[in-house]
Write a protein that binds this ligand. Structure first.
Ligand SMILES: [Zn+2]
Ligand SMILES: [Zn+2]
Length: 185
């Protein structure tokens, strides 16, 4: 028996893999009632993670149209190009100016449902867990040392050729930020 939160996470994982799914498909995959799936989807929709459409559901590919506001970490005005969103299981959303602040928020938060970040090259929203990061490139963007997110490794490599920096996955990036914080203390 999976809990609601487990199932919500799995729904998001499934959508990250295949982009969209029908209600019927989710009912079959998770072996729960139509009503249960609708309840899960309503919660995820409220959290801004997904959008429902005719008989199905897909991941939100665009950040909400509202003003992205200020970073929850450093209070800088958030640019859609570097936005990082941490979604908590409570439905609360913490938004950051860039992956540097976003990953700090993520590592300090309990009950993270998922994190999303903007692909620096293309501007669309991607899963932070699967993103490729460039650490400390020559391009001084947002918080230093800069952490930029890319959906594709080849894009990150192209960027690295021009602007330097180190390519890292999310764990390596978290470690790097952790070491930075200790160096400052
Ligand atoms: Zn910030
Ligand atoms: Zn920043």
């Amino acid at each position: 028996m999976t809990t609601d939160i487990d199932r919500e996470k799995k729904i998001l994982e499934l959508l990250q893999k295949q982009g969209s799914a029908s209600i019927q498909e989710l009912v079959e995959v998770f072996g729960v009632s139509n009503m249960t799936i609708h309840r899960d989807l309503n919660k995820l929709e409220k959290a801004g993670s997904i959008q429902k459409k005719h008989g199905g559901v897909s991941l939100v590919s665009q950040p909400p149209a509202e003003d992205p506001g200020h970073c929850a970490m450093c209070n800088k005005i958030i640019s859609e190009r570097t936005i990082f969103i941490v979604q908590l299981e409570s439905g609360e959303q913490k938004r950051a100016c860039c992956a540097h602040c976003g990953l700090m928020i993520q590592s300090q938060s309990k009950d993270v449902l998922q994190s999303l970040t903007a692909d620096y090259l293309h501007g669309h929203i991607i899963s932070a867990n699967q993103a490729i990061y460039i650490l400390g490139s020559d391009l001084a963007i947002c918080c230093m040392p800069s952490v930029l997110s890319f959906g594709l490794r080849q894009d990150a490599e192209k960027f690295q050729k021009g602007f330097g920096g180190t390519i890292a996955n999310i764990e390596e990036t978290l470690q790097y930020l952790h070491q930075m914080m200790h160096a400052h203390q």
